[in-house]
Design a protein around this ligand. Sequence first.
Ligand SMILES: Cc1cc2nc3c(=O)[nH]c(=O)nc-3n(C[C@H](O)[C@H](O)[C@H](O)COP(=O)(O)OP(=O)(O)OC[C@H]3O[C@@H](n4cnc5c(N)ncnc54)[C@H](O)[C@@H]3O)c2cc1C
Length: 380
Amino acid sequence: MPDFAHLMTPEENAFLDMMTRFAAEELAPRAAETDETGAFVHAQLAALAETGMMGANLPEQWGGADISAHALFEAVAAVAGGCGSTVSALTAHYLATDSILIGADDALRARILPAAAEGRMLGAFALTEPNAGSDPADMRTRAVREGDGWRIKGRKCFISNGGVADFIVVYCVTDPEAAHRGISAFVVEKGTPGLVPGRVEQTTGLRGGHVWELDFDCLVSDGNRVGPLGSGFRTAMKVLDNGRVEVAAMAVGIARAALAASVEWAKSRIIGGEALGRRQGIQWMLADMATELNAAELLGHEAARQRHAGQRFTAAASRAKLFASEAAGRIADAAIQIHGGYGYTKDFPLERYARDLRIMRIYEGSSEIQRNIIAGQLLS
Ligand SMILES: Cc1cc2nc3c(=O)[nH]c(=O)nc-3n(C[C@H](O)[C@H](O)[C@H](O)COP(=O)(O)OP(=O)(O)OC[C@H]3O[C@@H](n4cnc5c(N)ncnc54)[C@H](O)[C@@H]3O)c2cc1C
């Protein structure tokens, strides 16, 4: 398979080698148990913090690893190859820190980002509401002036890390007359009176990367406002451009693991006196998996290239997320097929890969929403 080392500096390649080893040695051996028990990935995130990965999306100025978008793509893919639950919690943390990096002033950045980059503070990104998922501009959570601060009232749902996060970036309506230009973001810190986490959703996959319903009736200071009033929607959309490339990277990382397991199985499984991989039907499945995977990698790195060059990469991010999440679903399904009945058991990771991947066609904008964005750019 092609590798992408030429896109990165020697230091970035050394970081990736370390992350790949870390994922294989520290994450992969715990992934099945995490899926089985559904325990939140606290220990994995603490271990990741030691590698610098909690701040890999941030510049050095704010305590981050300051790596290129290509290296970030590969590092996220490496973590995903080890544990889907861990990478999902990690990238939800990136959505929170990206919100502050992109939207906030330096005072708020200085308060949150260095600690978040070191993994001393875990973040959550709260955009979705019970009646506003694909169309977040239809949100109802309000932030209203109260004294020197803001009263935040409303309900968010499906918030990754929400119940354990040290800080939550909450997107709220500050001007109901101004549609999406009336949305602003605020930081709500853990322990703020009136922040009430509900139950953990019982999800199909990513069982150790929990999502919560969150109720808010809290007072926060004006210093917790993320940038100018009315800038929240624009910030969220920019954050999601980054996030969609990261979802593509997660899908690629899991698909790589599914393909590697399938190649190994095709070589070692003996049926009818010869290796399974001698059958042309199996070879063709492997060839299609490798081809789709490579296309997903290339779309991901094209979006990363545009991101790194400072270009507007919204449509490239959508293409990468759309294709990678759908291709990875097909690859995981083929991997189960190649493993036969064994692929359908919990003795192998394939069925977990398929379950963990399924949400990647839904969150951070479903496949349908990505198609709307791509078509919108074509027709604009
Ligand atoms: C595990 C998990 C983690 C999550 N983490 C977070 C998080 O950290 N923060 C956060 O804010 N949210 C998070 N979410 C929420 C997620 O982003 C939403 O579920 C997603 O955006 C879809 O919204 P919805 O569920 O309300 O579906 P709906 O918006 O109700 O959509 C239902 C269906 O209609 C389709 N549809 C909707 N509009 C259109 C359209 N215009 N054209 C064509 N089809 C359309 C959709 O594609 C989908 O198939 C998470 C969800 C899950 C399950």
